[in-house]
Ligand binder design. Structure first.
Ligand SMILES: [Zn+2]
Length: 438
């Protein structure tokens, strides 16, 4: 009994020290901090992410040193600092570094400017004007704007593995690299930040406070049942679609409904059509959507054995086709395949299939497509950012960049792709219209 009691006490003491350690303060124990003692950018991010009535009554602003384990949703620069890259010959400047602070709220107004969509309302974000060529020098309006998100792929991750993302690095030098970009609000969490990307506003205006939030006294999921009812602002995609009689194609490929804020309300807006949203049903080997507001083509999981092939590719990289990846079982029949590089290979295949099936970028009406690559986030949560699993997932996401740009532009009715150099992506280059009969 004595031994057991001692063990419990010892374990308790260690955990308590880890949880309450107050960096720099010298003494253990939580240290209450007055709001006016918090650095202004940190306070601003908390303010931007606070939704009265929906956010918590007490907000935890844990410092990175305290966020031991696998969390990355803090208001501090260490987890807020993200790469933000624009690329698109004929539209975006080349070889420019933007060093002023920018946030995820600046993406939507910048894309609106690329679309010459002057009716897009002024919100929290502003146009990254220095990144764009003047309108008179642009090749008109892009036929497809492709937005790629690396989930959990902030600068903390990139700096941890500086040699794992050569394609992104190359893209930074060929397009515009924003060196001081942040999410801009806290908690920097999936539903909130993706809604910021879609609307150009922070949570305090778009209303998506967190993954779970309080609405009229009830705890709900931000996208309960895949419904956009809690998103208070229309997205750029919503407004662009409506302004053009629903002719633009709007598409999303992502893990689950927490990413729907990139495209928005679908058919929930009077007069709007159902946009394309292919969501990966968590924990199950199938895809899903909410057919009331969105649509998806009939998709069979692992159609044509693409996933099985990707699994074999990743499995044999260590020289042995043994059903294991870094010691973990890997199989196309196991939902945990989503944590491995095979999933990114498979995801690119799905994205290209969607672009081809619906004809994104094929006519002169500009389309918008959004996707989120999630393995960096999942591996970070599961094993930690400093593990070989994270490095391999990051490297695979990076490898998919040239594949995406080459295959997506090649799918445009067989037109020449010579203007799109094989490194990619936030904005695809404008291509000439397909020749008659192709
Ligand atoms: Zn995460």
């Amino acid at each position: 009994m004595l031994v057991a009691a001692c063990s419990v006490v010892a374990a308790g003491a260690v955990s308590a020290w880890l949880l309450v350690r107050s960096p720099g303060a010298g003494a253990p124990g939580p240290r209450p901090v007055r709001a006016c003692d918090v650095a202004l950018p940190v306070l601003e991010r908390i303010y931007n992410g606070y939704v009265p009535g929906r956010s918590g009554d007490v907000l935890a602003a844990e410092q990175p040193e305290d966020a031991f384990g696998t969390r990355h949703s803090t208001p501090y620069y260490y987890t807020q600092h993200i790469p933000l890259v624009l690329y698109g010959p004929g539209f975006i400047r080349s070889g420019l570094r933007v060093e002023r602070p920018v946030t995820m709220a600046d993406v939507a107004p910048t894309l609106a400017e690329l679309l010459h969509f002057d009716a897009f309302p002024r919100r929290d974000g502003s146009v990254l004007r220095e990144a764009l060529l003047p309108r008179s020098q642009r090749n008109g309006v892009p036929r497809l704007i492709f937005t790629l998100v690396w989930d959990g792929g902030g600068w903390d991750d990139l700096e941890q593995w500086p040699h794992a993302w050569p394609h992104l690095k190359h893209l930074m030098t060929r397009g515009v690299d924003s060196t001081d970009a942040t999410d801009g609000s806290s908690p920097s969490i999936t539903p909130s930040i993706h809604a910021t990307l879609g609307t150009g506003a922070f949570p305090r205006h778009h209303g998506i406070a967190d993954i779970k939030m309080r609405v009229h006294g009830r705890m709900v999921d931000a996208w309960q049942h895949g419904s956009p009812r809690y998103l208070r602002l229309e997205t750029l995609a919503d407004l662009w679609d409506l302004a053009n009689g629903n002719r633009p194609l709007i598409g999303l490929e992502a893990r689950d409904h927490w990413h729907l804020g990139m495209i928005g309300h679908g058919a929930a807006i009077p007069g709007a059509d159902r946009d394309i949203a292919v969501l990966d049903a968590l924990g199950r080997l199938r895809f899903t959507t909410n057919p009331r507001y969105y649509e998806m083509p009939p998709l069979r999981f692992n159609a044509l054995g693409v996933l099985a092939r990707a699994v074999r590719t990743v499995d044999r990289r260590d020289g042995a086709l043994d059903g294991r990846w870094l010691g973990h079982p890997i199989s196309g029949d196991d939902p945990k395949v989503r944590y491995t590089p095979a999933w990114s290979i498979y995801q690119t295949d799905r994205v290209i299939a969607l672009l081809q099936r619906y004809g994104f970028g094929r006519d002169v009406m500009p389309d918008l497509f959004f996707t989120n690559y999630k393995t960096t986030d999942l591996a970070g949560h599961e094993w930690g950012m400093t593990t070989p699993e994270e490095r391999q997932d990051l490297a695979e996401q990076d490898r998919q960049i040239p594949v995406l740009i080459t295959r997506s532009t090649a799918s445009w009715a067989g037109t020449a792709t010579s203007r799109s150099s094989p490194q990619i992506t936030v904005c695809n280059p404008h291509l000439p219209p397909p020749a008659a009969g192709t």
